[in-house]
Every structure is written in C-alpha cells, then in structure tokens.
Ligand binder design. Sequence first.
Ligand SMILES: [Zn+2]
Ligand SMILES: [Zn+2]
Length: 134
Amino acid sequence: MRCDEPIDGNFIMHKPGTDADSVQMEDVLCDFCHRHWTADQPMIEGHQGSCVCGRCLTIAYIEVVLNSADCSPEAFKCRMCLEGDADREALSRAGEAGWQSPVDEGAVICRRCIELAATALEKNKDFDWKRPRQ
Ligand SMILES: [Zn+2]
Ligand SMILES: [Zn+2]
C-alpha cells in the first residue's frame, strides 16, 4: 500500500443499518475493547475482519499522535494492517509507535493505521466523529 492511494479504500466503515442483511451488530466486536458494536459508535474494519471502534480510535489517537507516546510492546503485529516489525522496517517505518489494547495485549494498532483510520472516519459524513485536538 502506498501513501497516495485513496485513504477511504483502506477501511470499511460500519454503520448501523448499512450491512443489516449480512452483519448483526451484536456479532461485531471491537478488537481493542471487546465491546459490541453499538449505534453510538462507528466501527472501522481492517484486514481479516479485525475492528476498532471510534472510542478506541480516539484514545489511541490522543496517546500516540497527540502525546507522541509509544504504547506498544517492543515487537508487535498491527491488528488492522497485519504488518509486523520486519514489514515496517522494510517500509522505512522501523520503530513506529503503536497503541496496545488495555484489555487484550495481543491487539495493537500501528500509528499509520491510527492516522489513516482517523482521516477516513473524519471524512465520512455519516458520522460526526472528529479527531481529538490538543
Ligand atoms: Zn473499542
Ligand atoms: Zn497498522
């Protein structure tokens, strides 16, 4: 994936009602807080059905982007893009920060996915999600 690809194409936005035929809301869980998808939160899907909710994305954005904190384990594979340390190193993103779920230590989202998901979600007019500001 290159930076100049259309950002919206990388994530699937879930909205109550849109996928009613195929997806039940109670079947969709956020990988990062394990909460069921509810009508008050958008849900963003990465690769292989992994999901992050708007609430977790807000927390991750504050920590990693605004506070420049690295909340990831030393080595991690991003749950959303499935890239591991070797992949990031190959893409000149070695040592990139990430955010680790407080309830599932195996669930980590890399900084790039946090920013891409925030941008995609913010542009989506179906939601009034806004990235947190300092
Ligand atoms: Zn969540
Ligand atoms: Zn990622």
